[in-house]
Design a protein around this ligand. Structure first.
Ligand SMILES: Nc1ncnc2c1ncn2[C@@H]1O[C@H](COP(=O)(O)OP(=O)(O)OP(=O)(O)O)[C@@H](O)[C@H]1O
Length: 236
């Protein structure tokens, strides 16, 4: 799913926290959004996911404005996973069940995801008893099982151990490759952006300071603030 962002702003208490005159997210790519605290990354994700309103401007999903049809083709994952009061298998199967998939199709898709994320041993466990990391893996599997066109990720691996983080990254890159899924992933982990992203968007003070191919923005940025940020300079 392509996204076109035009003159998008978000104002909180008279302060403009987001100001994006023009940006495009190309279908089939993995985008990392990086930038310091308060840069407007989560605000942007919330607006793209239709759970917050812009103060002005618009976002087009392919060529449509946000509506129920767009909503059905999007997944949003935060740092804190949401679990339904079901077991692991049923949580992951849920989006397929409500879309009327056959039992056989549900079984094969859920089994594949359980395998990739190493969740087979806990597939019958109630979701309310899972650890934070286990729950996040289940949430990712549930968010991908119906093969959404666009996946919005807001620091989903921030409190996940390195092994599970790599499994989640692998699932994201594999899903992108196999189904052409577009990912927009907010991360504070520059190494994670290096491992996963095709394109990187660097935000600072509500604006896109630099964007482009991951290799270029992360290794050879043209902007001085980007260079300091990716180089680990804490004072921008
Ligand atoms: N509901 C709100 N009311 C007032 N100000 C808000 C609100 N939500 C966000 N802000 C402000 O908007 C700015 C951008 O916040 P946002 O959460 O988008 O930043 P971020 O880049 O995701 O930061 P972080 O890396 O810390 O998660 C911040 O200054 C924040 O204080």
């Amino acid at each position: 799913m392509n996204l076109s962002i035009l003159n998008l702003t978000r104002i909180y208490n008279d302060k403009k926290v987001l100001d994006l005159p023009k940006a495009n997210i190309k279908s089939g790519s993995i985008y990392s959004i990086i930038g310091p605290n308060g840069a407007g990354k989560s605000t942007l994700i919330r607006i793209l996911a239709g759970i917050d309103n812009a103060s002005s401007g618009k976002v087009l999903y392919n060529d449509s404005v946000f509506d129920d049809d767009v909503r059905k083709r999007i997944t949003l994952l935060f740092q804190k996973p949401y679990m339904m009061n079901l077991n692991v298998y049923e949580n992951i199967a849920y989006p397929l069940k409500i879309r009327g998939f056959s039992k056989w199709d549900i079984g094969s898709r859920v089994d594949e995801l359980l395998g990739i994320l190493d969740l087979h041993d806990i597939k019958s466990q109630r979701a309310s008893t899972l650890s934070g990391g286990e729950a996040q893996k289940v949430a990712l599997a549930r968010g991908l099982v119906f093969r959404p066109e666009l996946v919005l990720l807001d620091e989903p691996t921030a409190s996940i151990d390195p092994v599970s983080t790599l499994l989640m990254e692998k699932l994201v890159t594999q899903t992108n490759k196999n189904y052409g899924t577009t990912f927009v992933w907010v991360t504070h982990n520059i190494s994670q952006a290096r491992r996963t992203a095709d394109k990187v968007i660097f935000m600072h003070q509500g604006k896109v300071v630099e964007s482009g191919g991951a290799e270029m923005v992360l290794k050879n940025p043209t902007n001085e603030i980007t260079r300091r940020f990716v180089g680990g300079d804490l004072i921008l």
